[in-house]
Design a protein. Structure first.
Length: 130
């Protein structure tokens, strides 16, 4: 089986990792490009430094920075992203480049209704239980 070569806007991962951030910014969509051109926040800078320092370590890095855009230096790292209640594990891959970290850690769950609760009206309690 032939391994598929993953590219981002025609560039391989090696080319992207050798690029400066200014050059990578030109490849991503407008909203994210404007965000990165303004500069990184302090929390984003700290997260990026931790990722660079840690390298390809086995222990994941915990973060609350959901608005960080995935850049090439982050590929291969393991993160735990906080969704407001718990930590969601994330292995950063090439396909995630240009997306926000928060997109991979959902904050809302599917609502699952069951039987009527305490204090329900008589009409809702009279529903047949099949």
């Amino acid at each position: 089986m032939v391994e598929k070569k993953v590219t981002f806007r025609g560039k391989t991962l090696e080319e992207l990792q050798n690029m400066e951030l200014k050059d990578f910014v030109k490849l991503i969509p407008a909203r994210k490009r404007r965000s990165l051109l303004k500069g990184l926040t302090e929390q984003q800078k700290i997260l990026l430094e931790k990722i660079k320092k840690k390298g390809q370590s086995t222990k994941p890095i915990k973060t609350h920075v959901r608005d960080m855009i995935v850049v090439p230096e982050m590929v291969g790292s393991q993160l735990l992203i906080h969704n407001g209640k718990e930590w969601s594990p994330l292995n950063v891959t090439e396909e995630m480049l240009g997306h926000y970290l928060g997109e991979f850690s959902l904050t809302r769950k599917k609502v699952g209704h069951s039987a009527p609760g305490v204090g329900a009206t008589r009409s809702s309690a009279a529903v047949s239980k099949k």
